[in-house]
Design a protein around this ligand. Structure first.
Ligand code: ADP
Ligand code: MN
Length: 344
């Protein structure tokens, strides 16, 4: 089984163009076609020294660099879950972006792509595309609320498989947005009395005691993203918030405990105090092999992604449509936090 392809389609892709994203065999890196504006955005942010861009940097995927592919996807050849056929390039070599795969640290990531903004077309797009994207904004919650759910996956705990939303889910009404978030952040109910009747199936989700701190951590980060973007003169056409959280209860609990301990220790005492026990842990030997303790990973993550149509617009102020979308989403998060808090 070690003779697999060097790259394969990202299995946890929840939105966007089909098979647009590849990952390396070890799943740590993501490879996507380098469109000029997206490449320019990542290079500018990587090189910039402005404090306004410093504030954004923790909230975009780590940019590793570019890569030239020797071939391209063969759309006519059969494709399966683990391999994509390549054919030699007809024209000049195309560059790809190499980014960190945000899903990699998770065992069973629930992932939501929230497309931001009211304007979904670039000013340089041909008239027919502009007309199409205007219609798309009007036909979805993008036009009125500045955001829409592009797609999401939620693990089913009984089968251990990821369940994806259908394409049609994009066209839900603004009134259905809270229900959408409840589907993405379902409460696995331990106590049968608390079910509200509108909650998703019980074989999905985390208990409220884990879901609640995860929602609060995400909310805090999204508020920081909003603050960072309000100080930047950008047009983030077609960009998304990518929200990920661990749905495996054991891993999620480990991550939540670690995050909360970390917050406590960083605010009360110096990290020098709590680093004296690790020489004992590392010496553990089981079955003749040294047992390496796995470093806990955060239970959740949220980043901005997809900058293929993002431009810097000096002197023109922040992207009001994107800020509107973030405000809508923060309100939805607050509502969900309240519902989950009632189940604590
Ligand atoms: P497109 O132009 O096709 O919309 P995106 O950059 O939006 O390309 O990526 C499409 C999908 O791939 C996203 O919805 C997400 O599921 C996944 N994805 C993109 N970037 C990353 C990343 N850095 N880490 C993990 N998943 C990603
Ligand atoms: Mn996208």
């Amino acid at each position: 089984p070690s003779a697999g392809p060097v790259t394969h389609a990202l299995s946890s892709q929840v939105a966007g163009h089909a098979n647009a994203v590849l990952t390396t065999e070890d799943d740590t890196l993501l490879i996507k076609q380098a469109l000029p504006l997206e490449l320019q955005f990542y290079q500018t942010v990587a090189a910039a020294a402005e404090p306004e861009l410093d504030a954004l940097r923790p909230f975009i995927p780590k940019f590793i660099g570019t890569l030239s592919l020797e071939g391209e996807f063969d759309a006519d050849a059969p494709t399966n879950e683990t391999s994509i056929a390549f054919k030699p390039l007809a024209g000049p070599r195309k560059d790809s972006l190499v980014l960190e795969n945000l899903a990699h640290p998770f065992l069973r990531p629930n992932i939501l792509d929230v497309k931001l903004g009211t304007v979904l077309y670039d000013e340089s797009a041909p008239p027919d595309k502009i007309a199409r994207m205007r219609k798309a904004a009007e036909a979805t919650t993008s036009g009125s609320t500045g955001m829409r759910y592009s797609g999401f996956q939620v693990y089913d705990n009984t089968t251990g498989t990821a369940v994806h939303t259908s394409k049609a889910y994009k066209s839900i009404s603004a009134a259905q947005l809270p229900e959408g978030l409840a589907r993405f952040f379902p409460i696995a109910s331990a106590a049968p009395g608390v079910s509200t009747g509108t909650e998703p199936p019980l074989n999905q989700g985390l208990p409220s005691a884990l879901l609640h701190p995860i929602l609060e951590l995400l909310r805090e980060d999204i508020a920081d993203i909003r603050d960072a973007l309000s100080a930047l003169e950008l047009r983030l056409v077609g960009a998304s918030l990518l929200i990920l959280y661990e749905s495996d209860p054991v891993r999620a609990e480990e991550g939540v405990k670690w995050m909360l301990d970390d917050e406590r220790s960083s605010s009360s005492h110096s990290s020098l105090d709590d680093d004296d026990s690790d020489s004992d842990d590392e010496g553990d030997v089981a079955d003749g092999k040294p047992k390496k303790p796995r470093k806990p990973t955060p239970p959740c993550d949220v980043r901005l992604i997809d900058f293929a149509h993002t431009r810097f617009v000096p002197g023109q102020g922040p992207d009001e449509g994107v800020l509107l979308g973030l405000d809508t989403f923060l309100r939805l998060m607050d509502e969900r936090i309240e519902v989950v808090a009632r189940c604590l």
